[in-house]
Write a protein that binds this ligand. Sequence first.
Ligand SMILES: CC(C)(COP(=O)(O)OP(=O)(O)OC[C@H]1O[C@@H](n2cnc3c(N)ncnc32)[C@H](O)[C@@H]1OP(=O)(O)O)[C@@H](O)C(=O)NCCC(=O)NCCS
Length: 343
Amino acid sequence: MSLTIRPVVGRRAKITALGTYVPPDVITNKDLEKLVDTNDQWIMERTGIKERHVLAKGLGVSDICVHAANKCLAARGGISGPMPASEIECIIVGTVTPDMMFPSTACLVQDRIGAKGAWGFDVSGGCSGFVYALQAGVKMVESGAHRKVLVIGADANTRMTDYTDRTTCVLFGDGGGAVLIEPAEEGEIGFIDFVHEIDGSGGVSLNLKGGGSLNPPTHETINKKMHFIYQDGPAVYKFAVRKMAEATAKLLERNGVTGADLGCFIPHQANKRIITATADRLGMDPERVIINIEKYGNTSAGTIPLAMETAIEEGKLKKGDLVLLAAVGAGFTVGAALLRWEI
Ligand SMILES: CC(C)(COP(=O)(O)OP(=O)(O)OC[C@H]1O[C@@H](n2cnc3c(N)ncnc32)[C@H](O)[C@@H]1OP(=O)(O)O)[C@@H](O)C(=O)NCCC(=O)NCCS
């Protein structure tokens, strides 16, 4: 390895804590067999998904964010209790399933966790939302603008899912996670580099058309099912396989790193076949590729923090490891990050 550490304008930034949350209710493939013409074998073979968590009625994505944020603050705390939320200076939430059009999820979370004095905003990056929010938070810390930024990736996709459409309803689940970004200590590296890209021509292949200013809710938009996720699965699949490989290869190459140097690869969990195709191109040992799609399905911006948790639980993410994150999502959006894990 000939890792070239890119200089930053101010100080380096790192993740100092992680907290994740999935709601307790679960829909299994067997449950879906009762709703649409599908079966466990097809879903497992084509996607790798066995079950997914579902947010209970009466709750919104902000509930997932609040649970994750509080767990993150507890992880950052010590024997005297969680880190006080009042120390957070900015909250950035990657989500495309906010509780409502406005106020932003960041505002709802700020109030509920008691982050008095913080500011914040939401990032609409589809499944790349967490990696996009992460770069914004990292740059705030690197520039010296802030010392404690809470970055959350969460989605409640099942709320926007048509449970009569077998091509989409098997894919999505609800959940997410939060990380705290703070200045790195002397000798630590933390975040190294990001590669991000958008390609708006892909918007036709994955979208939710109803409810915005172009198509506000009417009986007609509801009858036309415009408030559900629309997806051209094969088109998204092809783009995802190509772009995950391109973005990750570019990021590793320009930093003098190969797949063999990575402690682990934490990809967005949309389809197990997309993940293994990307990992193959990187020459990664499958043992070091984090896959938890079987338990959670695609939670959009929630997948990467949830997979970080899985990596830690499985003993595959340890202090000092080089870690690669990558996602592709609605937009199309592409995002990848390279960092050294410093917890
Ligand atoms: C959705 C996806 C799993 C479909 O897998 P696929 O191998 O491309 O399957 P196809 O869409 O070509 O469909 C193959 C057949 O299975 C059928 N099928 C689709 N969903 C099915 C289901 N849940 N159960 C059983 N059969 C199903 C199709 O109707 C089609 O039947 P036909 O050949 O008779 O027309 C896959 O395209 C995918 O994962 N795409 C990317 C999704 C994604 O990443 N989305 C989020 C972006 S971040």
